[in-house]
Design a protein around this ligand. Structure first.
Ligand SMILES: NC(=O)c1ccc[n+]([C@@H]2O[C@H](COP(=O)([O-])OP(=O)(O)OC[C@H]3O[C@@H](n4cnc5c(N)ncnc54)[C@H](OP(=O)(O)O)[C@@H]3O)[C@@H](O)[C@H]2O)c1
Length: 312
């Protein structure tokens, strides 16, 4: 696949003319509010132009404040950055979609969003409790709304002009296909866990054939050790090409045609994660031959996020 010489500048065109998404994204799933601010600022300074947020992360205000300060001080225009956030499970009822979207926009301090996701295909009991549980501690799901109902309300947001594209997160082909077929406005991006241990090849092919971008979360395997960052194939390639294992994993993700979300929390890590360059074809082939298969995040099974502290 032809790639620009500088992977860091890769921008992937979105369907129905909704602009281009920087492939190298910064994820904001950071529990600490102060770290959220410094990490977002450092990411912007390092060169990241794509910021992935969520109402569920409870830090849109901090991300927004860091972005506003960074834009004002760094000569970066709003049009130069790409900002997304996500509708949480307790807001799937169509009447709740636009208010939830507006509340996110307000917390971020923005006038429009580049992309808005449905965070998971699971609808929870509607309301302001993000984690509704019954007396036995089980999640209370909402049987009164379908994913297509919610998608229709997302389409209306695009019609109203405050959101340029819409997408799905934590879905498999079983959920994506019916929405894709029924949609008036097709999903532009699908955000799922993906890395060499979970390449999601079938989903990626489906997306590529239809002009949908696959946006990979956990490209470093959530940083778990032992794990991808210590994989012998990745480490050997890193030593050979003079890069770190993280840089090898991020380059592989972009060169196979996905976008990605990394979450560096220090300035040094932000520079490291941004400073990627293309791997030779033999290295890509070696990574593609890795046989280990592992899903790290069970959010796709229940809608309950795996990496957010309880009560948060
Ligand atoms: N849609 C969903 O349901 C969903 C679920 C999960 C995540 N996401 C999104 O995806 C983003 C990325 O997920 P993630 O943070 O789990 O991905 P990740 O990049 O695979 O893992 C982050 C971990 O990697 C470590 N790390 C970062 N850069 C490193 C480097 N250069 N060398 C070694 N370790 C490094 C970090 O350690 P330190 O903490 O020490 O910096 C952190 O523990 C999230 O922020 C969020 O926006 C979405």
């Amino acid at each position: 696949m032809a790639q620009p010489a500088d992977l860091r500048m890769t921008r992937i065109p979105l369907n129905h003319g909704a602009g281009r998404m920087p492939a190298l994204g910064f994820g904001t799933l950071i529990p600490d509010p102060a770290v959220t601010i410094t990490a977002t600022r450092d990411a912007l300074e390092a060169g990241f132009r794509h910021f992935d947020c969520a109402e569920r992360y409870r830090n849109e205000r901090e991300v927004g404040a860091a972005l506003q300060a960074g834009l004002a001080g760094g000569g970066v225009a709003r049009e130069d950055i790409f900002v997304t956030t996500k509708l949480w499970n307790s807001n799937h009822r169509p009447a709740r979609v636009e208010p939830a979207f507006e509340a996110s926009l307000q917390r971020l301090g923005l006038k429009y969003l580049d992309l808005y996701f449905i965070h998971t295909p699971f609808a929870f009991q509607p309301g302001d409790d993000q984690d509704p549980r019954d007396q036995n501690g089980n999640v209370i799901y909402d049987q009164g709304v379908t994913l297509l109902d919610t998608w229709r309300a997302m389409e209306t947001l695009v019609d109203h002009g405050k959101c340029r594209a819409i997408g799905l997160s934590d879905v498999g082909l079983d959920e994506l296909k019916p929405i894709y077929e029924a949609a008036r406005i097709k999903p532009s991006v699908v955000q799922v866990e993906s890395h060499p241990y979970l390449p999601e090849t079938e989903l990626l092919e489906f997306c590529k054939e239809r002009g949908i971008v696959l946006l990979a979360f956990a490209p470093l395997g959530h940083g778990m050790k032992p794990g991808l960052l210590e994989d012998p194939v990745i480490s050997a390639i890193a030593a050979r090409v003079g890069k770190t294992p993280a840089q090898v994993l991020l380059a592989w993700a972009i060169q196979r045609g996905t976008a990605l979300l990394a979450t560096p929390k220090s300035a040094a890590r932000a520079r490291e994660n941004f400073d990627i360059s293309a791997l030779p074809q033999d290295a890509l082939d070696e990574i593609n031959r890795i046989q280990t298969r592992q899903r790290l995040n069970t959010v796709v099974k229940t809608g309950v996020p795996g990496f957010i502290p309880k009560g948060g």
